[in-house]
Design a protein around this ligand. Structure first.
Ligand SMILES: [Zn+2]
Length: 413
């Protein structure tokens, strides 16, 4: 309920991602004498991200995107800087707004009353009352931003960190990237936009605390042309028409998850949908002329979801699951929560024209990425050093699932 209220408030006051900043709003000029205050490749634990409100406008007609992210953070330890990840982004503005009264965190330690009141008073004085412009430093080597302030942040308080930024589409299918395809009827190629953030490319799409253990909830707004649709991890709430023929889609707030699992797609695809036994809507999206090749993947995905829920005795925690066929992409599949993207050839299957081996390939890959919806997405390794945990489980479970799905195939497990 609280997250919904915050989301609506933010929706009312947010500046659209495509709105241009005035020159006097730009504050990226950095005093040359300031040095980057953090030397570790991992982020400090003094700040905990709680809720991201991300508005992004990937301009399909250009080579760039713009965005605005507001992050509700809790201060764990007093600090005079915030370190978070960013790569190849241009930060136009960074501000901070205090949100809370002194937290009950002081009561948890059970100090004597006078000590508690003293600390609370100090905290109240330090609390930022108005949006405060932050000085921005960047470390390209560690892919980090340092946001510096004159008034230290106080442990136990909550703040809203806001950043406006822009970036370029990725050439490597890592981050936000464009892909194109042709239909038999069209001479000109059509363009779609997709994302791939694993392991550490969410920072190429928006400034964030880009470590698997720094989970938060995400409320996305995706700006797109009216002839396109957008997809994201969660179901769409509503759409709003804005200027220049653009529309923006507001999405439900996500479950708590790692930044590498955030995803969105902008496309003009057709859809093929069905439901699991428990009523979770499963959809496969593909170019209109290829949609008749999605039936096998859809049937497999629905059955595999039922198999996993039965096997794990844990319900899939999202209300929907989308599988998207992306042309010209390097990764065969990604496991973004609720929005799984596949290399087109890895998801599509033509009955009567392709071999049983092709069908097995679709089944195994679908089973692998859906296993990650639990192993990796729901239960996550603390850091990337332990990525073998989720990959090991998913690689094992893909065979278990297919053995249940097609007992006569004699899949080794
Ligand atoms: Zn995997």
């Amino acid at each position: 309920m609280l997250s919904t209220i915050l989301y609506l408030l933010w929706a009312l006051i947010t500046v659209r991602a495509d709105q241009k900043l005035q020159p006097d709003e730009v504050n990226t000029v950095t005093p040359p004498e300031e040095t980057f205050p953090w030397s570790q490749p991992r982020l400090p634990t003094s700040i905990k991200p709680e809720h991201y409100f991300l508005s992004v406008h990937p301009d399909v007609g250009s080579d760039s995107f713009t965005g605005q992210v507001r992050i509700l953070i809790t201060v764990v330890n007093d600090t005079s800087f915030i370190i978070l990840n960013s790569k190849d982004l241009v930060i136009q503005e960074a501000t901070l707004l205090g949100l809370s009264v002194p937290s009950l965190i002081y009561q948890e330690a059970r100090p004597v009353q006078s000590q508690m009141l003293h600390r609370a008073n100090v905290a109240q004085e330090k609390l930022v009352k108005q949006p405060m412009a932050l000085r921005v430093l960047e470390s390209e080597a560690t892919e980090q931003l340092a946001l510096l302030m004159d008034t230290p942040l106080v442990a136990g308080h909550k703040y809203q960190l806001s950043l406006s930024y822009s970036g370029k589409f990725s050439d490597s299918n890592s981050g936000i990237y464009k892909a194109s395809y042709r239909t038999p009827a069209d001479a000109a190629p059509r363009t779609i936009v997709a994302t791939h953030f694993e392991p550490s490319a969410a920072r190429k799409a928006f400034p964030c605390f880009d470590e698997p253990s720094m989970k938060a909830v995400f409320s996305l707004v995706v700006v797109r042309r009216s002839e396109h649709i957008s997809l994201s991890n969660m179901p769409k709430l509503h759409t709003e028409a804005i200027e220049d023929g653009l529309e923006q889609d507001y999405y439900q707030t996500s479950v708590r998850m790692s930044s590498y699992l955030v995803a969105f797609v902008i496309c003009d695809y057709a859809v093929n949908s069905a439901e699991t036994k428990r009523g979770v809507k499963v959809s496969v999206f593909a170019a209109n002329h290829l949609i008749n090749q999605t039936h096998y993947a859809l049937q497999s995905a629905v059955e595999i979801m039922d198999i996993y829920e039965q096997l794990f005795q844990i319900a899939y925690p999202l209300p929907k699951l989308d599988l998207v066929a992306v042309p010209d992409v390097e990764a065969v599949g990604t496991e973004s929560w609720g929005l799984v993207t596949f290399r087109e050839a890895s998801l599509l299957y033509q009955e009567q024209r392709e071999s049983r081996r092709s069908r097995l390939r679709v089944s195994l890959l679908t089973a692998h990425e859906l296993a990650h919806q639990w192993f990796g997405n729901l239960v996550t390794m603390h850091c990337w050093r332990d990525v073998w945990l989720k990959e090991g489980f998913a690689s094992y479970l893909e065979h278990i699932a297919v053995r249940h799905l097609k007992p006569d195939w004699c899949v080794v497990s």
